[in-house]
Design a protein around this ligand. Structure first.
Ligand code: ZN
Length: 233
């Protein structure tokens, strides 16, 4: 129980960190420096940085200017905390645990960036690939296996390029293709394909429920991958 409480708090810290980094990416701010209130710029003290609890105790408002802290901050912390417990439950500890935690942690950052700007930073995609290489460190790297695992992502990228060529417009979705290829490397080709199908259902459901015609796809894809990986992988 204490182990899971500890893991939950570590995960929640990463969720808070991912949210902060995604906000900085969206506002073209530097990734470095201490966390500040978005409204008054007040630098946050340690007691204002405790995940989940700080939000609840301050009732979601800045202690200095009473500006509203978005509820998405609390949700990111809760999801990341629960997510890390589920990853630990599935694969214990060791290199695999770190590789999967890194992959899904960076996925969360990319999903938040995509939600805020409809684009993702290339550096995040590179980190996903590194998580994939770390996961394979023990089993060794087999070229044929890797080719099959990244096929779904590569196919997606080729379709995007063909679409932009035929319809003469800027190719959307190439970032999603690279992410899918990285997911194949970090999880496996079968999970990437299953996650793509599950993610499509999640995305379509979100369109129907929200009534919006255009939504960022990477968040749905990341959710689909996590569900399929937890259930099957
Ligand atoms: Zn403030």
């Amino acid at each position: 129980m204490i182990r899971y409480l500890f893991l939950f708090m570590i995960g929640a810290c990463f969720g808070s960190f991912a949210e902060c980094m995604a906000s900085r990416y969206a506002s073209f701010d530097t990734y470095f420096g201490r966390s500040r209130c978005d409204h008054c710029g007040h630098k946050l003290a340690f007691r204002e940085l405790v995940p989940v609890f700080s939000f609840l105790f301050s009732k979601g408002r800045c202690a200095y200017c009473a500006g509203k802290i978005p509820a998405s901050c609390l949700l990111s912390e809760l999801f990341a905390g629960m997510g890390l417990c589920m990853i630990a439950e599935k694969c214990g500890r060791g290199t695999e645990f770190f590789a999967y935690a890194a992959f899904f942690g960076v996925s969360m950052f990319l999903a938040l960036c995509d939600r805020k700007t409809m684009t993702v930073p290339a550096a995040g995609l590179v980190l996903c690939v590194l998580a994939g290489i770390l996961r394979r460190a023990k089993t060794g790297i087999d070229a044929q296996e890797i080719f099959l695992d990244v096929m779904a992502g590569a196919g997606w990228i080729i379709l995007c390029l063909a679409e932009s060529r035929i319809f003469h417009r800027e190719s959307a979705g190439i970032g999603d293709g690279f992410y899918l290829a990285a997911a194949g490397l970090a999880l496996s080709g079968r999970i990437a394909a299953g996650g793509l199908i599950a993610g499509s259902f999640i995305g379509i459901t979100e369109c129907l429920v929200s009534g919006r015609r255009k939504i960022p796809f990477l968040p749905s894809l990341a959710e689909g991958l996590f569900l399929v990986w937890i259930w099957k992988g």
